[in-house]
Design a binder for this molecule. Sequence first.
Ligand SMILES: NC(=O)c1ccc[n+]([C@@H]2O[C@H](COP(=O)([O-])OP(=O)(O)OC[C@H]3O[C@@H](n4cnc5c(N)ncnc54)[C@H](OP(=O)(O)O)[C@@H]3O)[C@@H](O)[C@H]2O)c1
Length: 244
Amino acid sequence: MELKNKNVFVTGSTRGIGLAVAHKFASLGANVVLNGRSEISDELLAQFADYGVTVIGISGDISNGEDAKRMVAEATEKLGSIDVLVNNAGITNDKLMLKMTEEDFERVLKINLTGAFNMTQAVLKPMSKARQGAIINMSSVVGLMGNVGQANYAASKAGLIGFTKSVAREVAARGVRVNAIAPGFIESDMTDAIPEKMKDAMIAQVPMKRIGQAEEVAEVAAFLASQEYLTGQTIAIDGGMTMQ
Ligand SMILES: NC(=O)c1ccc[n+]([C@@H]2O[C@H](COP(=O)([O-])OP(=O)(O)OC[C@H]3O[C@@H](n4cnc5c(N)ncnc54)[C@H](OP(=O)(O)O)[C@@H]3O)[C@@H](O)[C@H]2O)c1
C-alpha cells in the first residue's frame, strides 16, 4: 500500500513508540491521528508542522468501547477514512503472581487487549467495505517468552498475537491485512521506569547488547503497513532476543 495521502490512526501516540510511529508515517506523506488519554497539546501537534500532512489529535480511552467508536467516527469525519490502524497504546502494572490481584490483571488486559479489540472492531467494517486496510498490533517479546512479574502484561501481549492471526484470517480475502510487532527492550518512558540494575541485566540478555530505539520499531510498522502480501505475522524487533 502506498502510504502517501493515506490516513493512519496511532493509538497511544503522545510519546514513546507510538509517537515515533506517527512521525514515521507522516514523513512518508500519510495523515496521522495522534491519541492518548491525556489532552493532545499544541506543542505535540507542532512537531509535525514540516511534513506537509494533516495531523489531528483525538484524545480518549481505547479500553472504553464507546470512546473507541467515538474516536474512530471523529477521525473518519475529519479525514474521510482510516486506512491504517496501529494498536500501540499499552500499559504495564508489574507484580509477582503471588501479589497480583484480579484488578491488577484485568486492568492491563482491558487496555492492552480489549483496547485493541475495541479499536479494531470500530475500523474493520469500513476497511472491509473499502477492500483495503492494514492493522498493526503492538505486542511484545514478553508475549512470546513470558517475564517474571509480568503475568498480566505477557497474557495481554500473547493474546494480541492470537487476536492478530484470527482477525487476519477473517478479513484476508477482503484486502485487509493484520500483523503484529513484538518489540524487545526499547527506550521509552515505559522502560525508563525500570531500575538501572535491572536494565543492565536485561541488556545483557540481548544478543546485540543494546537497547532498541522507538524509531527502529516505527520502521517495521511502516513496512507492515505497506507490504501488500503480508498478513497474520508477528515480527520481532528485539536485537536477537527471540531468535530460534
Ligand atoms: N518500550 C518497550 O520496551 C516496549 C517493548 C515491547 C512492547 N512495547 C509496547 O509498545 C507500546 C508503546 O510502548 P511505550 O514504551 O512507547 O509506552 P509509553 O511511553 O508508556 O506510552 C504509552 C502511550 O499509550 C497511551 N495510553 C495508555 N493507555 C491508554 C488508553 N487506555 N487509551 C489511549 N491511550 C493510552 C499513553 O498516553 P496517555 O498516558 O495520555 O494515555 C502513551 O501515549 C505498548 O503497547 C507497549 O506495551 C513497548
